[in-house]
Design a binder for this molecule. Structure first.
Ligand SMILES: Nc1ncnc2c1ncn2[C@@H]1O[C@H](COP(=O)(O)OP(=O)(O)O)[C@@H](O)[C@H]1O
Ligand SMILES: [Mg+2]
Length: 380
């Protein structure tokens, strides 16, 4: 009977789509009659940011590509709904001078620029998804905050942000600070938080490609008003691909933590994570063994479901610190799902204490990593 309503709903554009359409039209207008430049992708975030990826053919001179990029940026920023536009240029062969990422050499953090007002940045990584990396990241952050430090968490998983759910702020939306170009982080449980989940609709299709993801991530690190943080914990996306390498090189990391489960297969992935940090000369603060063993809540019987101790043995073999183990416990999962991580929901529990021990180990390893090597002076 009300089929027209359904039809209307299906055909009307959402706000996000509408904004994207504006961006598309403006971009097409600027690129009109330009040979060798095509739109590869475009996105809009809720906070009024437009990201456009242009593919530029090699026949277009660098200086022309730069002019096009500048005029597109200027035109997009004239739109009232857009505060900031980021233009990313790519070619089949990566354009050396123009792409903000292409010129990143593999080597020690050559181009990392300091994040204002953030003292230490820790990356929590894992070779693969589902090992409990995000759960470790938030509980670790809360445990560090308990020691009196100001702590933030950045959820760097663009495709599957989990921080809004873990922190119990699923409907929060991040906005620009007044009189400031930066985004205001969301505050929950005493932490400052940023996640793609606070910027775009969960229902919006995520068709981000490499360069856009990198651009968005770097902005989430640098253009957020983290002001006055002692520690920023980055929950890295699963895997060890280009995105990780870029992030590890362009963000001044104090150190990296690798989360693994004890199985051999997870350890192989963890090793890749360690190698990645080493490649870019980021100090490895250590390995954490998650879902280390299972303790029956009724009888206290301990069961080493995944063959406990693998991560510790691996850490010893690779010569990196072993930070500790977190057991597999239903309460950890239940409290995570409720948006109240165990470190704050049940601070006296053994599991919460295990996260606090981890936090102490991580922080003391940062201090060690930052201590200058002893100077050897030769006197005659
Ligand atoms: N120590 C643990 N005990 C029980 N469940 C856990 C534990 N660590 C994580 N989980 C659960 O495992 C699932 C995957 O964890 P998550 O942190 O999202 O992993 P990742 O970020 O590595 O993909 C979640 O449901 C989480 O609640
Ligand atoms: Mg995760």
């Amino acid at each position: 009977m009300f089929s027209f309503l359904k039809l209307k709903k299906e055909t009307s554009l959402s706000k996000d789509q509408e904004l994207r359409e504006f961006i598309r039209q403006t971009t097409n207008f600027v690129l009109k009659d330009r040979e060798g430049v095509v739109v590869e992708d475009l996105q809009a975030t809720k906070a009024g940011q437009a990201i456009v990826v242009l593919k530029v053919s090699k026949s277009v001179a660098d200086s022309d590509a730069e002019k096009i990029s500048n005029s597109l940026k200027a035109e997009l920023e004239k739109l009232t709904a857009i505060d900031k536009a980021t233009i990313v240029l790519t070619t089949e062969e990566v354009r050396k001078k123009q792409s903000p990422f292409a010129d990143t050499p593999v080597g020690p953090q050559a181009v990392a620029t300091k994040v204002p007002n953030v003292k230490d940045i820790i990356a929590v990584s894992s070779g693969k998804g589902g090992v409990g990396k995000s759960t470790v990241a938030i509980n670790l952050a809360l445990a560090i905050a308990k020691t009196g430090k100001k702590v933030g968490v950045l959820d760097a998983d663009i495709y599957g942000p989990s921080l809004p759910r873990l922190a119990g702020v699923v409907s929060a939306k991040a906005d620009k600070k007044s009189n400031d170009d930066r985004l205001e982080p969301i505050e929950a449980h005493g932490l400052k938080l940023m996640s793609m989940g606070f910027l775009v609709d969960e229902s919006a299709p995520m068709i981000w490609r490499g360069p856009m993801v990198q651009s968005a991530l770097l902005q989430m690190v640098r253009d957020v008003a983290w002001d006055g943080l002692d520690v920023l914990v980055i929950d890295m996306p699963p895997g060890t691909g280009d995105i990780h390498l870029t992030l590890a090189q362009r963000v001044p990391l104090s150190g990296g933590v690798v989360v693994s489960t004890p199985q051999d297969i997870a350890l192989i992935d963890a090793r890749k994570g360690l190698e990645m940090f080493r490649k870019v000369a980021v100090p490895v603060l250590g390995i954490i063994e998650n879902m280390s063993y299972y303790c029956c809540p009724n009888c206290g019987h301990r069961e080493d479901i995944f063959g406990h101790g693998g991560a510790k043995a691996e850490a010893e073999k690779l010569g990196v610190p072993f930070l500790g183990e977190i057991l597999l416990h239903g309460k950890i999962r239940e409290l995570s799902d409720l948006g109240t991580p165990i470190v704050i929901a049940d601070p006296e529990s053994e599991q919460a204490k295990a996260y606090c021990d981890l936090a102490n180990a991580v922080m003391s390893n940062i201090d060690q990593a930052q201590k200058p090597a002893p100077r050897i002076s030769m006197e005659d």
